[in-house]
Design a protein around this ligand. Structure first.
Ligand SMILES: Cc1ncc(COP(=O)(O)O)c(C=O)c1O
Length: 444
């Protein structure tokens, strides 16, 4: 019989759980949450300025969502996704109502990775073409197909090291800072980045491309909106070359950027939206694909021979309806009201600390980018120098010691902020002040 005592130290003394995204060290223990606050097992309080993983959008312990899940538990706990269910239909109809006019129908999944895999499967079948284009540095999930879509090298190379992922081409993103383009204004950046995309499309062969899949506002790759005019050109290119446009709204959806979906803040009409995370405020795993009538008709007409046991779980749909009520009932408006206050706070830090190279974001999704002021380059490039001590991760560690949880970007040259939508001005002050002190401690 195999020895059951592990040789490598477990991250916490008494658990057999293997954590996700683990690179050694102790795990934070989270015991309970309330609003924008979480508490560890010993009762220490933290301001959760990352909504755990960009997903607890309505805040922790929202009573309406908890009650909706409990009520659903009393009625029926599970219904196969090949059958009809009242709460699932109601949620799909509500989603279609708040989605852009181009989208009318919903195919449910369980995670963001699976939603993206479903969307590209639908796009390939609809277009009868094999390729999909995504941005370098983007993150679209870590299951086999979704990791192939992902442009972030730290995820993709782990999945690709033993077998190639196929059918995905990459293009350069319109990065506003340390950009691969040489533009003097946002308008020039939009033109150069869109021209580059057109070059990639023509070089790959437009007829071979089923879809372009992109976030409307970058998520973990750096919380940057595209420069004005960029998405207008991307839409035109998709129409001109007959390519579907899929918006990955796993992070940007459900109020995060100040409208229900990120495409609505960016003026973009996609052919599909993929969603997950904030749909249920992450209380129950639920994801899906919002599709145009043409794509939905094609799927229903041809029949669908794939699916997932837990797709459109009734508990998730009940949570989704209640979360949607909360978002519509004031939380999205709160993002719109307070986003300028958050931006002002972060721009104040940028003015004060010369180690901050740039600050960018939309709504309640922001990045503070660090760069050596003498070179304009990152202090450490973690994609290249994976073992070097990174001062940016020390900034986050110091903020956590002061009771504020912040996120890391891809690459880890930035601190990401993505608070629950229920925060107020004093929460923003607390987060900005903790970040200020942490930067001062690390960079002097
Ligand atoms: C933009 C984006 N797409 C897809 C995913 C994958 O979602 P999941 O982790 O639910 O599979 C993520 C996860 O962070 C994401 O940020």
């Amino acid at each position: 019989m195999a020895e059951k005592t592990p040789v490598v130290d477990r991250p916490t003394a008494d658990t057999a759980t293997i954590p996700h995204w683990y690179s050694g060290g102790e795990l934070m223990d989270v015991a309970r949450g309330d609003g924008a606050r979480i508490y560890d097992g010993e009762g220490s309080e933290y301001l959760d300025f990352l909504s755990q993983l960009y997903c607890v959008n309505a805040g922790h312990s929202n009573e309406a969502i908890v009650e909706a899940i409990s009520d659903q538990l009393e009625r029926i706990q599970y219904v196969a996704p090949s059958k009809d269910n009242d709460v699932r239909s109601r949620y799909a109809d509500r989603l279609a109502e708040v989605a852009p006019d181009s989208l009318s129908d919903v195919f449910f999944a369980v995670s963001g990775s699976e939603a993206n895999e479903s969307a590209i499967q639908f796009a390939r079948a609809h277009q009868d073409a094999p390729k999909v284009l995504t941005r370098w540095r983007s993150y679209h999930g870590s299951t086999y197909g979704a990791a192939g879509l992902t442009g972030d090298p730290s995820t993709r190379s782990v999945v690709e090291q033993y077998a190639a992922t196929t059918g995905v081409g990459k293009f350069l993103p319109p990065l506003p800072f340390q950009s691969p383009f040489d533009a003097d204004s946002p308008e020039e950046l939009a033109t150069q980045a869109a021209d580059h995309l057109e070059f990639v499309i023509r070089n790959e062969g437009p007829d071979s491309i089923a879809a372009i899949l992109t976030e409307p506002v970058a998520g973990t790759s750096g919380a940057y909106p595209a420069p004005p005019g960029y998405f207008e050109r991307v839409r035109e290119l998709c129409d001109e070359y007959d390519i579907l446009l899929i918006a990955d709204e796993v992070i940007t959806g459900f109020g995060r950027c100040g409208e229900f979906f990120g495409v609505q803040t960016e003026g973009l009409e996609p052919d599909m939206i993929t969603f997950a995370k904030g749909a249920t405020s992450a209380y129950v795993p639920l994801a899906g694909v919002l599709a145009s009538p043409e794509i939905a008709d094609g799927l229903r007409g041809e029949g669908i021979s794939t699916g997932q046991t837990f797709g459109g779980h009734p508990l998730g749909c009940a949570a989704g309806i209640a979360a949607l009520d909360e978002y519509e009932g004031g939380l999205v408006e709160n993002v719109r009201d307070l986003a300028p206050y958050l931006e002002d706070g972060l721009r104040g830090l940028e003015a004060e600390h010369d180690c901050i190279g740039d600050v960018h974001g939309r709504g309640f999704l922001w990045s503070v980018e660090f760069a050596d002021p003498s070179t304009g380059e990152p202090f450490v490039d973690p994609f290249v120098e994976s073992d070097a001590d990174n001062p940016v991760s020390s900034v986050r560690d110091h903020a956590r010691e002061q009771g504020v949880l912040l996120g890391s970007g891809r690459p880890d040259t930035q601190v990401l902020l993505s608070p629950p939508l229920c925060i107020d001005e004093s929460d923003i002050d607390e987060a900005v002040e903790a970040l200020d002190r942490s930067i001062a401690t690390v960079f002097g």
